[in-house]
Design a protein around this ligand. Structure first.
Ligand SMILES: *Cc1c(COP(=O)(O)O)cnc(C)c1O
Length: 354
């Protein structure tokens, strides 16, 4: 099987980029904040901007301490490496990023397997969790962690209801497991549901937030938990080469994002609804109603694979992503306007009707 490494074709101009909210570029004001950042040596614990970001995130997520990392993937893996041992098992939805999109890191780096749970929209029920928990025995792998994704990416950006989050955490703890929340898009859930982040993450031993999705920072994610957890996690950060030097340059972008880019996530959700309504009017497309900023739709009845549709709308200057043979995704974010979203829907309609 051949695999073509991604290499972008810059000769075809991009008019509307709905590929991912990771494609946002730092604004001029954000770059100015980065330029003015007071910096030190992050690994040495003497970068004041990183320390300020970590303090603020620990408070926001309702945890004792936090750690700045280059990426969300590193947050997930360090949380796993710190809290699980080789041979352990993690319970997560079968679409979870840790299982589908991290290069097999739980298995490869931590020696841990991820058991896949079913459930609608990336969310498993309390019953499903209970059914997956085995009696402790010397034959079975130790079930060590329950992981949830808020919002559930491949679940269509769906929001875990607060009661389910808390019930899942309670069951996990009652069985001696730790709880981990992949909060790559936690703030999308917070803004859409009107529930504070700390309340959503209550019951989760570890939680992290990505600054490179809807928040618009160039890189960075913050992992939070107890002081003892963060202390232990620091060794893994060091081992994996994740310690940084003048990281305050990037932490300043994250602080800027916390000040300016949270409330406006509501705009992205509104744009996603506009887009979904536009796509729903196109014969042959079946559209999932978005709860946040991710719009998933099925292309099969249009007689096109998602790949074919993506390639054709790409020629028209619209970027979308392919999430399955007939499953496409369009993602709204701070570099996309309502007008652009309508333009994209029109371009997709032209391709489908052609
Ligand atoms: C993007 C994403 C990640 C990984 O974050 P990176 O910063 O890209 O490493 C993890 N989980 C979910 C749900 C994501 O959407």
């Amino acid at each position: 099987m051949t695999y073509a490494p991604p290499r972008f074709d810059f000769t075809v101009p991009v008019r509307v980029n709905l590929y991912s909210d990771t494609q946002t570029k730092p604004s001029l004001a954000m770059k100015q904040a980065m330029m003015q950042a007071e910096v030190g040596d992050e690994q040495h614990g003497s970068d004041p901007t990183v320390l300020a970001l970590c303090d603020r995130m620990a408070a926001m997520l309702g945890k004792e301490a936090a750690m700045f990392l280059p990426s969300g993937t590193m947050c997930n893996e360090i949380a796993i490496l710190t809290q699980c041992q080789a041979g352990d098992e993690i319970l997560a939805h079968h679409t979870a990023h840790i299982a589908t999109s991290e290069g097999g890191a739980p298995w490869a780096l931590a020696g841990v397997q991820v058991a896949s749970l079913d459930g609608r929209n990336g969310i498993f029920s309390v019953d499903t969790l209970n059914a997956a928990i085995r009696p402790i025995s010397r034959y079975s792998p130790a079930q060590r962690m329950v992981e949830v994704e808020q919002t559930a990416n491949l679940g269509g950006g769906a929001i875990w209801p607060l009661e389910t989050l808390h019930a899942v955490a309670e069951i996990a703890h009652a069985h001696g497991m730790v709880t981990h929340m992949d909060g790559a898009r936690l703030l999308n859930a917070v803004v859409a549901a009107g529930v504070p982040a700390a309340e959503m993450a209550a019951g989760y031993d570890t939680v992290w937030l990505d600054f490179t999705k809807g928040l618009g920072a160039p890189l960075g994610a913050v992992l939070a938990g107890s002081t003892a957890f963060i202390d232990a996690a620091w060794r893994w950060k060091q081992r994996m080469g994740g310690s940084m030097r003048q990281g305050g340059i990037c932490a300043a972008a994250c602080l800027y994002a916390l000040d300016h880019n949270i409330d406006r996530l509501a705009d992205d959700h509104e744009h996603a609804l506009i887009l979904a309504r536009g796509l729903a009017q196109i014969q042959g497309l079946s559209v999932e109603l978005p709860e946040t900023n991710l719009v998933f739709f099925d292309t099969e009845a249009a007689g096109l694979t998602a790949q074919e549709l993506a390639a054709r709308v790409r020629a028209a200057g619209v970027l979308i992503s392919v999430m399955g043979k007939y499953r496409a995704r369009a993602c709204t974010h701070l570099d996309v306007t309502a007008l652009q979203v309508m333009e994209a829907a029109a371009a997709i309609r032209d391709v489908v009707q052609d």
